[in-house]
Design a binder for this molecule. Structure first.
Ligand code: G4P
Length: 531
């Protein structure tokens, strides 16, 4: 297949939501539409209901057997869609942030009863960092939710993005009759517990068409008013603004009832971006560049202790990936070839011969990869932008089995390379500090160190507010700061200085007293600076 043709056919995206908004349900419906699965219930929820490490490990174990749930590729009409899974639990938000670096657009699911929730806001911040195009699906219209206007206002205000409704709900909850498609004046009639894919669709001349009254009765008056208001208040939909991440088209529906999903999917394949170029330290890499390139954004450990291998998930960015061909691992300055690269089509893992930009492939790894690694062919460069975010909880690793010090060191190092948590080293004494966004990860780390490395540890709580990466043009000021703040200075795993601010106030003081220093809350600055 020609490279250009392959690129045009592909769409790579992720569904994101606050837990319980309906991400798993929508994923499943999309796969049903794509014919990738035949029955509901086939998609495993990655939800952790009771936050305990054992639950997480159980889910990971199941996923380890069927890693396919990390990437779900399916065809819809002429389009090959790569849908990347994102963990719902907030303790694993880092994993989601990284996955977002590997997609070209996202679909955001909002629960119409709850509106914009905390996790949604944080995920949108990450989308904004790279102007990722966003489509919004307001779910659960079969329940009594918030007023649609209030929901739209809330979206604009909290997510800091302009919105444009593409459909409009007629009633809600018990009175939910369907949605009116503003772009082609068609009416989708709602049918609860619909098992068919797609309901009855009727076409009208407009919201004021007399024929509409026979179907929705008095609700037509409200609809006419709403349509007039919506068309008056919101600018016409602009595809360009959507592609620049400035405007989000909004759909209303009910995923569990198969309702509104088809509109979303049809619009998605029409307007969502095809695989895009990606910034590297050698400029923007065009997907149509004939030389292959890609980067690792996720590493999935094999949780079977008898098999130490891992799967590195690589997003193809340009050119053609081929099985058994040598590619260059830029960080290690070594060539590697892969005899069993896997693709994940419709939940089936299979060996592939080739892959194209937008595709995500699984590479068996015996410890050569870490997150952010770049593979290339010909020109050597590194992709930018797999940021680490400042963790929120910090603990020092305390070795409880001195006979297993080596195993502990190796385990902590490898788990941090996998992205389970961030590792900081503090002198004197090479103290290991683990930073995470949730408590659950500490349990997971302890469990995995024991099971996979035979090492034991405890965690000593540390009173840190944030980890801030420091940059400056003034070497003298940096040295002074490091000397004075020595007990609060650590190094990240790449050897960058990090200030572990004990409190918001101390951070503010440091910023005021050292205006020559820049304090960053994500490690993204490194790539911005091109180092
Ligand atoms: P998540 O992946 O975002 O965490 O959400 P998930 O799809 O698991 O959905 C969360 C709950 O919301 C599920 O119910 C699901 O059935 C329900 N749900 C999804 N879409 C709709 C909808 O359009 N309307 C209504 N009323 N409910 C919806 P659950 O009770 O947690 O699980 P289950 O036992 O039903 O699977």
């Amino acid at each position: 297949m020609k490279l250009q043709e392959a690129i045009h056919q592909r769409r790579t995206f992720a569904i994101i939501s606050h837990p319980d908004a309906g991400k798993t349900t929508l994923t499943e419906k999309l796969l049903l539409f794509g014919g990738a699965i035949q029955t509901a219930g086939a998609v495993k929820s990655n939800k952790i209901k009771n936050p305990a490490a054992s639950d997480f490990m159980e889910i990971e174990r199941q996923r380890g057997i069927s890693v396919a749930t990390s990437v779900m590729a399916f065809r819809y009409r002429e389009t090959l869609i790569n849908l990347l899974d994102t963990p719902g639990h907030k303790d694993f938000a880092e994993d989601t942030y990284r996955t977002l670096t590997a997609v070209d657009s996202v679909v955001l699911v909002i629960d119409c009863v709850k509106g914009v929730e905390e996790q949604t806001e944080r995920l949108m911040e990450v989308c904004r960092m790279r102007d990722t195009p966003v489509m919004i699906f307001i779910n659960k219209l079969d329940l009594e939710g918030k007023d649609p206007y209030d929901l739209l206002d809330e979206l604009e205000e909290k997510l800091k993005i302009k919105v444009r409704p593409m459909t409009w709900p007629i009633g809600m909850g018990h009175n939910f009759q369907g949605v009116f498609r503003l772009y082609d004046r068609q009416l989708d009639l709602f049918e609860a517990k619909q098992t068919r894919l797609g309901g009855d669709i009727l076409t009208f001349k407009g919201a004021d068409d007399p024929a509409l009254r026979e179907i929705i009765g008095e609700a037509q008056d409200q609809l006419m008013e709403d349509v007039e208001l919506v068309e008056g208040v919101y600018d016409p939909f602009s595809e360009e603004n959507y592609l620049h991440g400035q405007l989000a088209p909004v759909f209303f529906g009910s995923a569990v009832n198969n309702f509104g999903v088809k509109e979303l999917l049809n619009t998605f394949i029409n307007i969502s971006p095809k695989p895009r170029g990606r910034e590297s330290d050698n400029g923007l890499i065009d997907p149509e560049n004939e030389e292959f390139s890609g980067f690792v954004f996720k590493i999935h450990a094999n949780l079977d202790p008898r098999h130490r291998d891992r799967i590195a998930f690589l997003r193809v960015c340009s050119g053609r990936f081929e099985r058994n061909k040598f590619f260059h691992h830029v960080r290690l300055a070594k060539n590697f070839r892969f005899s069993n690269p896997a693709s994940f089509m419709a939940q089936e893992k299979s060996i592939i011969e080739e892959a194209f930009p937008g595709d995500v492939i699984g590479l068996y790894d015996t410890g050569n990869f870490k997150i952010g690694d770049t593979l290339t062919e010909g020109t050597k460069f590194m992709f930018k932008g797999i940021p680490s975010f400042s963790p929120e909880i910090f603990r020092e690793v305390v070795n409880t089995d001195p006979m297993k010090t080596k195993q502990l060191d190796k385990g902590v190092q490898q788990l941090s390379e996998e992205g389970v948590a961030q590792l900081f080293i503090r002198q004197p004494g090479n103290k290991k500090i683990i930073g995470t966004v949730g408590n659950l990860q500490f349990e997971v780390i302890q469990y995995r160190l024991k099971n996979e490395y035979g090492a034991s540890c405890e965690f000593r709580p540390l009173n840190h507010f944030k980890a801030c990466w420091i940059t400056t043009d003034s070497k003298a000021k940096l040295e002074e700061f490091i000397r004075i703040k020595a007990p609060e200075i650590s190094m990240d795993r790449d050897g960058n200085y990090v200030f572990m601010a004990p409190s918001a106030w101390m951070l503010k003081m440091a910023q005021e007293n050292y205006p020559e220093l820049n304090f960053h809350f994500t490690s993204e600055f490194k790539t911005e600076a091109g180092s």
